[in-house]
Design a protein around this ligand. Structure first.
Ligand SMILES: [Zn+2]
Length: 421
C-alpha cells in the first residue's frame, strides 16, 4: 500500500491533467451538449485499463417521457458502463456524474479549464463531480502500472443529467440492469461526511381558477390570485407542522454546525407563483408550485394524503375556490443501514486516509442514487472529493484542494485493495 500511496502522491499532476481534460469538455446542463465527447474520453482511458466499455444512449422517447419538462434539450443523453472482472467473489459499483451546472460570468478564472492557485484547483465540476472521476482513473492506472489487483470486480457507471433529473442516466442504467454489484460507492457529494441517507422529493402544483374581466369592474370576474391566498395560508400552516418532524438519521456536519439541527428534517416550500398578464386584467389562473422534501421515515403516499387533507380544509372553509392539486414523485428517500459491513468499511477507510472520524450522515437534498438503490437494493453510500462549505459546488469559482485530490486517490486505492468483511 505504501508504494502505491507514494506513487499517487508523486502523480497528483497526472490526476490534475486528466481533470483538466474533463473540465475542458463543456458538459453543463442545460443544455448538456457534449456528453458524447466526455464519455468517449473516459471510454478510451478505461479501455486502456482493460475495462469492457459500453456507451449507452438513453432513447429519445424514454428521455422525453420520463422528463416531460426537458424535451427542449435536443442533444443525445450519453452514459457509460465499464466492467473489469478480476475473478473476485464480490463486485463493487462505482458511480458519479459527468454533467455539471452552468458557469456564470462572475468567475475569477476561466471556468472550463483547470487553474491552480494557492494549493487549490479551480474549474467547473472539479468538486461536483469530475474530480472523483479523474482520481479514479489515476488510481486505476497507478494500480495497473504497479501490478496491484483490486479486491473486487469493478462496475463503473459514469452518467449524465444528474444536475437536471428527475430521470438521469443513472436511473436509466438501473432500469436496464447495468448496475449489478454487491456494494455501491457514489463519488457524488462532499468529503465532510459519508452520506448514507437522503430526503425524498415530491414536486407539487396547484392550479387556482378564476374568471378574467376588466379590472375596472373586477367584482364581475374572479381573481385567481386573491383566491390563492387562503390556499397559501393553509400550506404555511401545514409547513409549520411538517417542519417540526425529525428523522432518526443524523444531519450533515455542515448543517448541524450552522443551525444546531442535528437530524434530517422534512420541509415544505412554495417556490413558484405564476399569474396575471396586465394590471388592468383580472387574472383567470394562478399556478403555485413547490416541493416537499420528505424524510426516510415518511412515505410518498402519506405526503400526498397530507397535502390533500390540507386542501380539503380550504374547500370546506371556501367552497367558492376552484382549484386542482397534483403531486409528482421525483426521488424516493435513501436510507442505508449504518451497520452494514460495506458502510463500516467505507467509514474505516475514509477515516484512515482523512485522519479524522468521518461521520455517517443524511442529506437534506435528494439524489438519483436513491432511485438506483430503490431498483437494485444495493448497500450504498456517497463520499466525494470537495468540501461542503469551501468548494463552491454550483457556485462561482468551484474548487478543490490539491491535498484533497491526493487524499481522495488514497481513499479509492485503499478501498479497492483492502477487502471488505
Ligand atoms: Zn453532483
Amino acid at each position: 500500500m505504501n508504494a502505491l500511496f507514494d506513487f499517487l502522491e508523486s502523480n497528483a499532476d497526472a490526476a490534475i491533467k486528466t481533470l483538466d481534460e474533463l473540465v475542458r469538455i463543456q458538459t453543463h446542463v442545460p443544455p448538456g451538449e457534449n456528453y458524447g465527447k466526455v464519455m468517449e474520453l473516459a471510454a478510451r482511458k478505461l479501455r486502456e485499463l482493460d475495462f469492457e466499455v459500453e456507451i449507452i444512449r438513453m432513447p429519445r422517447e424514454l428521455f422525453e417521457k420520463k422528463n416531460p419538462r426537458l424535451s427542449h434539450l435536443a442533444a443525445e443523453r450519453v452514459n457509460l458502463s465499464a466492467k473489469l472482472n478480476v475473478g473476485a467473489p464480490k463486485t463493487l459499483l462505482i458511480n458519479t456524474h459527468l454533467d455539471v451546472v452552468p458557469a456564470s460570468a462572475n468567475w475569477s478564472v476561466p471556468p472550463f479549464e483547470v487553474t491552480l492557485r494557492d494549493g487549490r484547483i479551480f474549474g467547473r465540476g472539479v468538486a461536483d463531480s469530475k474530480g472523483g472521476v479523474s482520481a479514479l482513473l489515476t488510481v486505476l492506472s497507478a494500480m495497473k502500472e504497479l501490478g496491484v489487483k483490486p479486491a473486487y470486480n469493478l462496475n463503473i457507471a459514469l452518467t449524465t443529467d444528474e444536475e437536471m433529473g428527475p430521470y438521469s442516466g443513472l436511473c436509466h442504467l438501473a432500469d436496464i440492469g447495468k448496475l449489478e454489484a454487491d456494494y455501491f460507492l457514489s463519488m457524488d457529494g462532499d468529503s465532510d461526511d459519508i452520506t448514507i441517507a437522503s430526503n425524498g422529493n415530491v414536486d407539487w402544483q396547484i392550479d387556482v381558477f378564476g374568471k378574467s374581466y376588466h379590472s375596472g369592474s373586477s367584482f364581475l370576474g374572479v381573481n385567481a390570485i386573491e383566491k390563492s391566498v387562503p390556499i397559501m395560508s393553509e400550506l404555511l400552516e401545514l409547513k409549520a407542522k411538517v417542519e417540526l418532524r425529525r428523522s432518526k438519521v443524523p444531519a450533515s456536519t455542515a448543517i448541524s454546525r450552522k443551525t444546531g439541527i442535528d437530524t434530517l428534517m422534512p420541509v415544505l416550500n412554495i417556490t413558484i407563483i405564476n399569474a396575471g398578464v396586465k394590471q388592468n386584467i383580472v387574472p383567470d389562473k394562478c399556478t403555485m408550485k413547490g416541493d416537499r422534501r420528505y424524510i426516510p421515515e415518511e412515505k410518498f403516499g402519506d405526503v400526498c394524503k397530507e397535502m390533500n387533507a390540507a386542501l380539503s380544509r380550504v374547500r370546506e372553509k371556501h367552497p367558492d375556490i376552484d382549484f386542482k392539486l397534483s403531486c409528482d414523485d421525483i426521488y424516493a428517500p435513501l436510507l442505508t443501514d449504518m451497520n452494514h459491513p460495506w458502510i463500516k468499511e467505507v467509514k474505516r477507510v475514509a477515516g484512515e486516509v482523512a485522519g479524522r472520524d468521518v461521520r455517517l450522515a443524511g442529506a437534506q437534498g435528494s439524489l438519483d442514487v436513491a432511485y438506483a438503490v430503490k431498483v437494485t437494493g444495493l448497500p450504498a453510500c456517497c463520499f466525494g472529493i470537495g468540501r461542503r462549505t469551501e468548494s463552491n459546488a454550483h457556485a462561482d469559482d468551484e474548487n478543490i484542494w490539491v491535498e484533497d485530490l491526493v487524499m481522495y486517490m488514497k481513499f479509492l486505492a485503499k478501498l479497492l485493495i483492502d477487502k471488505a468483511a
